[in-house]
Design a protein around this ligand. Sequence first.
Ligand code: NAI
Length: 270
Amino acid sequence: MVKREFSNKVVVVTGAASGIGLAVARRFARAGAICAMLDMDRVRLERCEHEFGDAGHRVMALRCDVSRRGDCEAAMAAVIARFGGVDVLFNNAGITQRSAFVETRIEVYEQVMAVNFFGALYCTKAAIHSLILRRGLIIANESIAGLAPLLGRTGYAASKHAMHGLFTSLRSEVRDKGVHIMVVCPGFIKTNLQDRALGGDGTVTRHPQSRIGRQDTPACAAEAIFNAAAREKDLLVLTTMGKIGYWVSRLAPGYYERRMASQFKAELEH
Ligand code: NAI
């Protein structure tokens, strides 16, 4: 049952210049939404702004590093000044890490938390009053690693678990104010995320990536996210392997850990 329509709604997407964020912005724009696209990658962002403008969509592209609180506050203020408010906030900007805990510098954890967790926190804080006024929707793009362990991703999993705690708790505070929060936990989606994964020393890692099952496309993920947002789902788990992983990790956590570890440990041995 459709509960929300997005035509003429103001949709803010972080990490909108690539992958899932870009595909979700395209999907909402096709439904008639006004898209505010936030990303730190200025070049890709400009390309997206042209693409959306050429297609006749209403769009505002803002360079924003979500790990900087001032950037997030300024971006949200600019969106509210131009369009009057925020109806949907898609907290999506993210980075990942692939490295063994013993070889990973503390700075890598700080960086991953700064983008994935604090970026989502800063944007949500800056938009929450407008979202409450407009009985809006927050979508948190987490990961299966926000619900279950993942070898070689201690920093990434910690940041996504932190997001999960933040957004599921916030949901209990704002639901009766008319704000809905949906958590999205994708399995593997074919994007640029892994090409930029940090290694233990903070540079882009050369560890090959282990993967289980087929990767879905960003467009396919975006369609599912859009439909679930319209129906106000609380939790959306994406990809077949993501769904299997979700249920196995809940029903048989010990078995999940052993299987997952045997699938992933090879990537740290190179
Ligand atoms: P992507 O790398 O294609 O897109 C991420 C976007 O975020 C890029 O445009 C990048 O410039 C932007 N970004 C990175 N740091 C930023 C910062 N500090 N400030 C502003 N923008 C920043 O990757 P993808 O896969 O589309 O990732 C989107 C989200 O989906 C991430 O939060 C990721 O953790 C999550 N996710 C992705 C999965 C996958 O298999 N691709 C699986 C599970 C979750």
